[in-house]
Design a protein. Structure first.
Length: 302
């Protein structure tokens, strides 16, 4: 429950944001570098993310994918030019929804899915909520919260099982409910750390399509860390490949080439097309980030 409350504390209000002039980019990075424990994880990262875009962060284990999300949250120090929601990292967290990497809930967990989602509204508060109190002291606010609660559950397609104990939901169903929790306060930026981890192939496809739909319907920018690009490639607007202390960013057509990925990872990687023209990446590595091979990416991605 501590992890769920920490996620819920990211935001403060579900009301629709005021109609003010918003920055062109939700996230803007120029020559960014991150240092953890005195060691530089990656450097030279430049990136723009616009409202309604789905961006994947990919790379081998230990390359710094989660570090990139933490940098945007303002939890990891970084240098270079970084702007998040029009300000420095950490200033505008109320506009960010965050789903950290996690394991599935144990089957013995009895809290209902709808209550997991509701934690996105009141999980940051101390103490145990008094049932019915908000309905009495703030009926209009309570009605808006209830409306948004059911709206976001319907948005992720979880209405049929939202009142079921979370431990009795499948992995894909649990992820849908947690995405609803992260969305309930209408964030402008949604950060998802390995949302497809441990899911079967049909569930991966379903969650990927859901996230893409959320981008469009809520006009929210989404950054998701993923292990494998193939299940999500048809839905992506941009990619960030992190490996060996650097990063390659761009649209799928710009980034997904055998030459560029081979240069980035330092091992042979092929990019194939199926009969429908869909790209498939073959030979993605799952090696430590410190894999010592020459790095010609600067030469090939000018």
């Amino acid at each position: 429950m501590t992890e769920m409350k920490a996620r819920a504390a990211m935001t403060t209000d579900i009301a629709a944001p005021p109609l003010v002039s918003a920055p062109a980019s939700v996230v803007r990075m120029r020559g960014a570098a991150a240092v953890v424990g005195g060691k530089q994880v990656w450097s030279g990262v430049s990136l723009d993310i616009e409202p309604g875009q789905l961006v994947a962060v990919l790379g081998p284990n230990g390359a710094g994918k989660s570090t990139l999300l933490n940098t945007i949250l303002g939890l990891t120090p970084a240098t270079g030019e970084i702007e998040v929601l029009g300000g420095p990292p950490g200033r505008n967290r109320s506009g960010i929804g965050y789903l950290p990497q996690r394991r599935a809930f144990d089957a013995s967990v009895r809290i209902r899915g709808i209550d997991i989602v509701r934690l996105g509204l009141d999980g940051a508060r101390w103490g145990t909520p008094i049932p019915g109190l908000s309905r009495i002291i703030a009926p209009q606010r309570h009605a808006e919260q209830q409306r948004r609660l059911h709206e976001v559950i319907d948005l992720v397609g979880a209405s049929a099982y939202a009142r079921r104990p979370i431990g009795q939901c499948s992995g894909g169903e649990q992820q849908r409910l947690l995405i609803a929790q992260a969305l309930i306060r209408r964030p402008r930026l949604l950060l998802l750390d390995e949302p497809l981890d441990s899911l079967d192939v049909p569930s991966q496809a379903g969650i990927s399509a859901l996230i893409r739909d959320v981008c469009r319907r809520e006009n929210v920018a989404v950054m998701m860390v993923a292990h494998d690009v193939n299940p999500i490639l048809p839905y992506l607007d941009r990619l960030v490949y992190v490996a060996r202390g650097t990063a390659l960013t761009g649209t799928p057509d710009e980034v997904i080439t055998g030459e560029k990925l081979t240069a980035l990872y330092g091992i042979p990687i092929e990019v194939l097309k199926d009969s429908t023209g869909r790209l498939i990446v073959v030979g993605q590595p799952d090696v430590a980030a410190g894999h010592a091979v020459p790095n010609p990416i600067a030469r090939q991605d000018r």
